[in-house]
Design a protein around this ligand. Structure first.
Ligand code: ADP
Length: 600
């Protein structure tokens, strides 16, 4: 699907979109790269001709001066074009970096959860844009210029030699082809190992960043992990060194072939030119020109194979980047269903829903569940029962393999994703506190767009306002110690409250709580959930927990087991009707009694 030619075209298109001046400079450099050495090669012949013709000083100065001046101009223009390209190549990398960033920001959540996708992103970003001059984008654009110039020069010098003897040209081309193939073999080997190199570098980078990781810092010291971590670092460093050595070995072999072909080529060609000159078949000037053409011809082989090699080296990274950028997301429904009117309490229905992540183990099979408008529902069950999966499906992050999920009797697949997401205010287990101000962390938008009054109200509702007022900059205090020296770090419980304030600020008709309190102790979780409950008003709310006591207040508790509803009813009903629920509750309640002497 991604061939050399369409990838080259993809890049040229990217250049055109990022800054078309780069194309102009590439062309200028290619032209100058042909002209400068050609004139350099022609100059000695001109000198010899002028001497043998006994030309006048004025004519000699005029001709030699003229050619030298053009050569100097072309040299200067070529160098300036190359320099100008380095700035524009940065712009090109930035253009693709933006595209990768946009894709990552907008792609389906399904991709974000996939390890394969994360790997693809790192490979695409690292090798295509983040490796500076060795990035795929830069190498391909440089390779294009050099290949274009070298091929053109190849034909130019070839025509000079062919005029003397076409057979000589055939021999030179054959020997050059041998050299070319040896070089390409080495380069191909380098390309084959490029992914390995990327994996090693990623590993090294991971270990390097862990050394300064704030979260690992304490464990690293107290568990004396430094030696272990250092061992890994050295492992990657040595692997990198070995890989480079292996790549270089292939280039040494190519250098041997180069020496042998060079010797044969030059020996035959120069002897032949000498014979022609002695026989009087060519002038002294032509002899000089022919010798220079052969020498340049030899140098060109290396240039052509280097530049083609450079392009082929850039190919895998660029292909990976294209695959990442082209990865298909679920199409938006057309026409899209209108979202429920604001303020309408939501009803939810899972109707005969089946779902698997990996096409192997089903997580849900013919799952049915109805949640009435304004109902407070608890989804409980052991880890792995499928609670989070239900939430992910409800948020439209994954599509069910069978059945349908209805929101106010409309399949969620027929809502535009943005419309669907507007209806849901979630609080997830993975706390996403960002290094911005407290107010921004509540509103999740820029400070200028934040409704400060509402943010204050929400912080008051969750009981965090008093803490905020003790901070020097109040709601404008930066969270975490990233950029701001004054930045604060909240305790686990305070963080939960902040996330709660965020959900309230969004004021969506459906509240989802996916064990955001798992890091808290059972009593704190229970209290937090009750607080949520009091604030949730007439909104539909789904509470997830594996601790049964936390969700006793709910209108209905659904006990999940291996993706199936095992029991359903109020807490009290289930204690009586479901022995499994009653047993789980009995076992868990011991903790509460032990920890706080609370009677349940
Ligand atoms: P719960 O929330 O009840 O702990 P989950 O819904 O997270 O359960 O998981 C249900 C099952 O799905 C588990 O067996 C889990 O290993 C599997 N699972 C969850 N997420 C993924 C994923 N992204 N890819 C593959 N399997 C997954």
């Amino acid at each position: 699907m991604y061939t050399f030619w369409n990838t080259l075209f993809f890049l040229l298109n990217g250049i055109r979109r990022s800054d078309p001046k780069l194309l102009a400079f590439m062309f200028l450099e290619a032209v100058c790269t042909v002209i400068t050495p050609y004139l350099g090669m022609y100059l000695p012949k001109l000198g010899v001709d002028l001497v043998t013709e006994r030309a006048g000083l004025q004519r000699a100065v005029f001709l030699l001066g003229g050619v030298t001046a053009v050569m100097a101009l072309s040299q200067m223009a070529g160098t300036m074009a190359a320099r100008a390209q380095t700035i524009l190549q940065n712009r090109l990398r930035s253009h693709y970096r933006n595209r990768l960033f946009e894709k990552t920001l907008e792609c389906d959540y399904e991709h974000v959860e996939s390890a394969e996708w994360q790997k693809r992103y790192h490979e695409a970003a690292e090798m295509s844009v983040n490796w500076g001059p060795w990035s795929g984008t830069v190498m391909m654009s440089q390779g294009t210029v050099k290949t274009f110039a070298a091929m053109f020069s190849f034909c130019l010098y070839g025509s000079i030699i062919a005029e003397l003897n076409p057979w000589l040209l055939a021999m030179l081309v054959s020997l050059s082809a041998l050299h070319f193939l040896a070089l390409r073999r080495a380069q191909k080997h380098e390309v084959e190992r490029i992914l390995e190199r990327s994996a090693i570098q990623n590993g090294m980078e991971y270990i390097r960043t862990r050394a300064s990781d704030i979260n690992l810092g304490k464990d690293l010291r107290l568990y004396e992990m430094a030696g272990w971590i250092r061992g890994y670092f050295h492992h990657y460093r040595d692997a990198h060194f070995r890989l480079r050595q292996d790549v270089q070995r292939h280039f040494y072999q190519a250098a041997l072939v180069q020496a042998a072909t060079l010797f044969l080529r030059d020996a035959v060609a120069y002897l032949y030119f000498l014979w022609l000159a002695c026989e009087g078949r060519i002038t002294a000037g032509d002899f000089v020109l022919a010798c220079s053409a052969v020498a340049s011809f030899s140098a060109l082989v290396t240039q052509v194979s280097d530049s083609i090699g450079q392009m082929f080296q850039a190919l895998p990274p660029l292909k990976r980047m294209r695959a990442y950028l082209d990865a298909a997301d679920e199409p938006e429904p057309d026409p899209a269903a209108c979202p429920p009117a604001e303020g309408t309490p939501l009803s939810i229905e899972f109707r005969d829903v089946s779902f698997t992540y990996d096409q192997k183990t089903p997580v849900l099979e013919h799952f049915n569940l109805k949640i009435e408008p304004g109902e407070k529902l608890a989804l409980v069950g052991v880890n792995g029962a499928g609670k989070t999966t239900i939430v992910k499906l409800l948020c439209g992050f994954y599509r069910p393999d069978g059945g349908e999920i209805l929101l106010n009797r409309t399949d969620i697949g027929s809502y535009r994703r943005e419309d669907l997401w507007k209806l849901i205010a979630p609080v997830f287990q993975e706390a996403t506190v960002l290094p911005f101000t407290i107010a921004e962390n509540v509103s999740l938008c820029a400070g200028t767009k934040t409704d400060r009054k509402r943010a204050e109200e929400c912080l008051k509702m969750v009981g965090l306002w008093e803490k905020v007022m003790t901070l020097p900059s109040g709601m404008d205090t930066e969270m975490m110690r990233l950029e701001d020296e004054e930045g604060i770090m909240l305790s686990g419980g305070q963080k939960q409250k902040l996330l709660m304030a965020r959900a309230l600020y969004k004021d969506a008709p459906l509240l989802l709580f996916d064990e955001p309190t798992a890091a808290l102790d059972p009593i704190a979780e229970s209290e937090t959930y009750e607080q949520f409950h009091q604030l949730s008003e007439d909104k539909t709310a789904v509470y997830i927990s594996h601790r049964l006591a936390s969700t006793r207040f709910c209108d209905r508790v659904v006990l999940l087991e291996q993706g199936q509803v095992r029991a359903s009813g109020t807490h009290e009903e289930l204690l009586k009707s479901s022995p499994v629920y009653a047993e789980m509750f009995r076992v868990q309640s011991q903790y509460y009694r032990k920890e706080a002497g609370v009677s349940l």
